[in-house]
Design a protein around this ligand. Sequence first.
Ligand SMILES: [Zn+2]
Length: 119
Amino acid sequence: MYRDLREYNKKYYKKNREQRKLEIRQAQKDRMIWIQSLKLKTGCQKCGYNKCATALQYHHLNSSDKKGNISRWAAQARAKKSILNEIAKCICVCSNCHAELHEQESNKYCYDVSSQPLR
Ligand SMILES: [Zn+2]
């Protein structure tokens, strides 16, 4: 039975390969457009910037909660529900504000109590 199903799937894929590739590419494009419109609607939650979706990024508030990269998931056309669950753990920020957030986070570990760099 399994062998028959496997053969069936192989034949199905071979027969519909080009159509399936087109469907996947379209789904990936749709998901990317959806993410970009979400980013532009929210804008940077620190400074308000909302001109270019490419310059807006999702920052995980707690890095230990991070299950994956939202942009990568969108490019892979993952389910919207999974992407929205991940977005719920984030704030939307522009590239500059994102860099500042990461610098503040890394400074927690690079500076001692007298604010002197350790390295
Ligand atoms: Zn910003």
